[in-house]
Design a protein around this ligand. Structure first.
Ligand code: 5GP
Ligand code: ZN
Length: 136
């Protein structure tokens, strides 16, 4: 896709520090890492995000995320891994080419998990679950 930064990275038109590539996916270090080894995994075929990506591309990407997560954990001796995927601006998506963040985590890195601050009213959980079930 024209004017997509990550499509340009796949084509080598913009430099990146590649960690893995096969016929379907590409993985490279994030330019602004949360921790050393923070990697982005993307499908070679352009899609906007997880809401429109084709099943085949998503399967390939997520299998790559597992393989590369295992490699990163060993390579940087991480204590754990966060896999993150942002969809649409309100959720923090800035680059509109599907990507998964693999962020190695260290006991001492100081990042804190979000705490849930929403509560369901009486009966609301079942209503919401029913709405979601109808859409699947
Ligand atoms: P998002 O917020 O869309 O989920 O994440 C986009 C990610 O892309 C950010 O973490 C950002 O640091 C990374 N990024 C943006 N531009 C570049 C670039 O030119 N090269 C690399 N390697 N990463 C980039
Ligand atoms: Zn793209």
């Amino acid at each position: 896709m024209k004017n997509c930064l990550f499509c340009k990275i796949i084509k080598g038109e913009i430099p990146s520090t590649k960690v893995y590539e096969d016929e379907n996916i590409f993985a490279f270090l994030d330019i602004n890492p949360n921790n050393i080894g923070h990697t982005l995994v993307i499908p070679k075929k352009h899609s906007r995000n997880i809401l429109d990506i084709e099943e085949r591309d998503l399967k390939n990407v997520i299998m790559g995320v597992q393989k590369i997560s295992q490699a990163i954990k060993k390579a940087v001796s991480a204590d754990g891994i966060n896999v993150m995927n942002n969809n649409e601006p309100v959720a923090g998506q800035v680059i509109f080419h599907t990507h998964f963040h693999i962020i190695p985590r260290f006991e001492s890195d100081g990042y804190k998990h979000w705490k849930g601050k929403t509560k369901y009213a009486e009966g609301e959980a079942e209503q919401v679950a029913e709405k979601i079930r109808k859409e699947i």
